[in-house]
Write a protein that binds this ligand. Sequence first.
Ligand SMILES: Nc1nc2c(ncn2[C@@H]2O[C@H](COP(=O)(O)OP(=O)(O)O)[C@@H](O)[C@H]2O)c(=O)[nH]1
Ligand SMILES: [Mg+2]
Length: 254
Amino acid sequence: MINLYFVGTAGSGKTTLTHAFQLWMQEHGFNAITMNLDPGVESLPYSADIDVREWVSLPEVMEQYGVGPNGAQIIAADLLAVKAKEIKEVLDEFEADYILIDTPGQMELFTLRESSKFVLELFNSKKSAIAFLFDPVLARMPAGFISLLLLCASTQFRFDVPVFNVLAKSDILSPEEVERIVEWSKDSGKLYDALTNTKPTMQTQASVELFHALERIEAYKSLIAISSKNNSGMEDLYNLVQQFFFGGEDLSKD
Ligand SMILES: Nc1nc2c(ncn2[C@@H]2O[C@H](COP(=O)(O)OP(=O)(O)O)[C@@H](O)[C@H]2O)c(=O)[nH]1
Ligand SMILES: [Mg+2]
C-alpha cells in the first residue's frame, strides 16, 4: 500500500485533489482509500475512510487547553503523534493499493512539526511519497515560482521520502501559462531568463541568489500540471508514483 500525502500551502487544492484522485483511481479499477489528517477542517467534500477528527477534535482541544484556534492547531498536531498507534491499527484493517492522505490546510502544521515525521514513519516510511502542490497564482510569476520551490525544498529536507511536484488547479491558467511554468520546472535556464528579464529590483536580486542555491541543491524537478476540475494530469501523477516504487509496473498486473 502506497501512502501518498498531499502537501501544499493553504488553499492550494489538497483536499479537492485527495477526493478527485480517489475518484480517478476508482474509475481506473484501483483501490484507494482516503485519510483526513486535518483536525481543524470543518467539512470535507469526501467521506474520509480514516478521519483524524475521531481522535483529535479542535473544539475539544480549545476547551481543554484554554487556547484559541491557532494554539489548538499546534497542540492538535502534536496530539496526533500520541494517537498515531491507534490510528495505525485502524489503517492496518484496510486493504488498498493507495492511501491518499489529506494534510492540514496550513502546510507548516504538517511540514514543521516533529509529530508528522513520527506519524509518517509509523504509518509506513518505505512506501510513502509526498505530492507537493504548487499554487497556480503564485507559480505564474518567476519570483513566486522560486518561493514555491523553496517551500518544496524545505518539505523535502524534513521528510526522507520522494516528493513529486504538481501544478495544482492548472485549469485556471491559460494553456500557454501552464506550458511556460512546466518549462521553468524542466529547464532552469528558462526560469533564470524569466527572472532576469524583468526590471532589476531587490526582490529579483534575492530571487536570483535563491535560484542559484536551489540549483546547487538540485531542487528543480519536473512539474505535473493537474486539475481536479477536469481531471487532467491524474494519470501522469499515478504513473510517476508507480514508476518510483515499482519501476513502471502497473497495479493491475499484480
Ligand atoms: N478551478 C479549480 N479550483 C480548484 C481545484 N482544486 C481546488 N480548487 C478550489 O480551491 C479552493 C481550495 O481548495 P482546497 O482543496 O480546500 O484546498 P486545501 O486548503 O489545500 O485543502 C476551493 O475553493 C476549491 O474548490 C482545481 O483543480 N481547479
Ligand atoms: Mg484542505
